[in-house]
Design a protein around this ligand. Structure first.
Ligand SMILES: [Zn+2]
Length: 229
């Protein structure tokens, strides 16, 4: 008892220290995500208010740092991020999470991702429309494929599934979960005439996957794949 009393006078309770540490982690990750978001805007992958970015803060309980909805990605700041729980409830920060936060949660649960990044580039918008009838697009033969985690050769065939876009995000979340269950090993998927979702074990890996997949989609469009379909 004496020890406990002494601790309560000389140091903050354990819960407060844990909260301070998690707030610091949240602000660090929000800063990294804001930098990344402005970078994606500069490259034309998240113009206007499009796209959203998240990273796992903790798994037990599940907590995500994610962009607040409706923000211009060219002016993204750390204060524009929210901490949400597994039911999309805001635990920290001001604003509302995007409806698409449900898709981020579906990916985090489905593949145990540490970060999920969603972009709306011209290339993903074009290809996800022209190839929607095929249910996906094959990326094969390119050296840049080796930037995807676990890929060792340009001969790898990466299948990028295309899911029909919808405003019923709860239903779309179930379709995302089903796709991840049935097609293990994929590195991303497209929503038709909407954009790309990709992820990684951590934020640098997820960022690399955006760069690789956006590069490959731009190559396909520039090479004329869109016109031949
Ligand atoms: Zn979107």
């Amino acid at each position: 008892m004496k020890t406990a009393k002494r601790r309560s006078k000389s140091a903050p309770p354990r819960v407060s220290r844990a909260t301070a540490a998690s707030k610091l982690r949240f602000s660090e990750i929000a800063g990294t995500l804001a930098d990344l978001g402005r970078g994606f805007y500069a490259r034309g992958w998240a113009l206007g208010t499009s796209g959203n970015f998240s990273a796992v803060l903790s798994r037990e309980p599940l907590r995500l740092a994610i962009t607040s909805t409706g923000l211009d990605k060219g002016r993204l700041m750390p204060a524009n991020f929210l901490e949400i729980d597994e039911a999309c409830k805001v635990m920290l920060g001001d604003g509302k999470p995007s409806a698409e936060a449900l898709l981020h949660l579906a990916v985090v649960r489905g593949v145990n991702a540490g970060a999920v990044l969603h972009t709306h580039s011209v290339w993903s918008t074009v290809l996800s429309g022209t190839h929607a009838a095929q249910g996906g697009i094959a990326l094969e033969g390119y050296e840049m494929l080796k930037g995807l985690e676990g890929v060792r050769t340009h001969k790898h065939r990466e299948w990028l599934p295309i899911l029909e876009n919808s405003q019923d995000i709860a239903d779309l979340g179930e379709k995302v979960a089903k796709t991840l269950r049935e097609q293990p090993g994929i590195h991303g998927f497209l929503l038709s005439e909407h954009g790309l979702y990709t992820w990684g074990a951590d934020l640098p890996e997820a960022q690399r996957h955006v760069e690789i997949l956006e590069f490959l989609m731009e190559v396909l469009v520039r090479a004329g794949a869109a016109q031949s379909k």
